[in-house]
Design a protein around this ligand. Structure first.
Ligand SMILES: [Zn+2]
Ligand SMILES: [Zn+2]
Length: 390
């Protein structure tokens, strides 16, 4: 922490901590980040960035060029909140019922703005930096990163590499972690509707019990990973939603299930799909029920480029010290739509600690730690100065 860049970062961090708390109080859901995007655009213009708005609806890109270089780099933050009722009671807790910044995207936005400020005020680099503020990371499908790419993100704002940062509960504040290669999992979503025949609870022989079929499907799904996937590979099948029936004395004719499926390998991902489809169909058929299955392929595996990851680790060590940066962290079973940007350009997503005792991401008592703003901003500045060395 003896780095002079850290001193400068602390000086402007308080300003951006206030901005972060304001964003926290006014969370906006996917593709509705109008207020957030306006604040981002206004702040970037005030810093001297050339600003484009309305990319993928509410996306914003700020560009800053310095003479002497032809290379370019993109830094990405996400802006959206979640449909969660906040349980914190701080003064800046969410003012919007049922909406909350429970994944720290308020902090990601503030860290990148603070980094943009450091770059504009003191950055020593030659070339072009694009700061990309993305909507709708949390959607799981048809997300903000996909739409920005479809709308020509890297054609309109050419970048040789792209980088992102996500906060990480369970890692001390001021620490970083990442790994080269696959770092975060692919995430697919499955919706299942079982159609049986309703009737009186006392006359089950005249019914097809959709609740029983759903229960059998849940149990048999437990064999998909345990008896099909190589134990040396990673895979998860979780039933996150199961709904059937309305009252104790009526056998339900309909049941609904929603599954989350995670994997790190394309072959494993394909095998999981095949086995889930076959298992669900066979279980329903064995009870005489009809079934409809909708398999939504979500975000792909997030793959960090080895060379760019080495650069990110160097930048993190410059600002946090060598001991505070894990360069070979274990893969994470969460997913990120930044994976799409990494399919388009080489780069790296790094995780910054949100504290050992932080509630988990997506928890109603989660909160981004503002101490990260100075560290995160210093990381962004140092990364650009290393990539676009003058
Ligand atoms: Zn999230
Ligand atoms: Zn997130």
């Amino acid at each position: 922490m003896s780095d002079p860049a850290m001193h400068d970062a602390h000086a402007s961090a308080e300003e951006f901590a206030a901005l972060r708390r304001d964003l926290h109080a006014h969370p906006e859901l996917a593709f509705e980040e109008h207020r957030t995007a306006a604040i981002v655009a206004r702040t970037l213009r005030g810093l001297g960035y050339s600003v484009q708005t309305g990319i993928a609806g509410t996306g914003v890109v700020g560009t800053l060029s310095r003479p002497g270089g032809t290379r370019s780099i993109a830094l990405r933050a996400d802006m959206d909140a979640l449909p969660i009722q906040e349980e914190n009671d701080a003064g800046h807790a969410s003012a919007a019922p049922g909406r909350m910044h429970a994944c720290g995207h308020d902090g990601h936005t503030a860290m990148l703005l603070a980094g943009a400020a450091l770059l504009a005020r003191q950055g020593r680099f030659a070339g072009t930096v694009h700061v990309v503020f993305q909507p709708a990371e949390e959607r799981g499908e048809d997300s903000g990163a996909q739409r920005m790419l479809q709308e020509g993100l890297f054609e309109r704002f050419p970048a040789d590499a792209v980088f992102a940062m996500h906060n990480h509960p369970g890692l001390p504040v001021g620490h970083f972690m990442c790994r080269p290669g696959p770092f975060m999992s692919a995430s697919d979503k499955v919706r299942v509707v079982v159609q049986g025949r309703a009737g009186h609870a006392a006359r089950p022989h005249l019914c097809i019990d959709a609740g029983l079929v759903a229960a059998a499907i849940v149990m048999s799904l437990q064999s998909v990973v345990s008896r099909n996937i190589d134990p040396a590979q990673a895979a998860v099948v979780s039933v996150g939603r199961l709904a059937a029936g309305h009252v104790y004395n009526v056998i339900p004719d309909r049941a609904e299930l929603e599954l989350s499926v995670r994997s790190f390998d394309p072959a494993v991902r394909a095998l999981l799909r095949a086995r889930i489809e076959a298992t669900v169909a066979a279980q329903a058929q064995s009870y005489g029920a009809a079934v409809q299955l909708d398999y939504v392929m979500g975000y792909p595996v997030l793959v960090n480029d080895p060379g760019q990851t080495a650069l990110a680790v160097q930048a993190a060590r410059d600002v946090a010290g060598a001991d505070a940066v894990q360069a070979d962290a274990a893969p994470i079973m969460g997913s990120e739509d930044f994976a799409y940007m990494l399919q388009a350009r080489p780069g790296c997503l790094i995780r910054i600690g949100n504290g050992l005792h932080s509630p988990a991401l997506h928890h109603p008592r989660y909160e981004f730690d503002d101490a990260n703003i100075a560290i995160g901003a210093a990381y962004w500045k140092r990364l650009v100065e290393r990539y676009l060395a003058a």
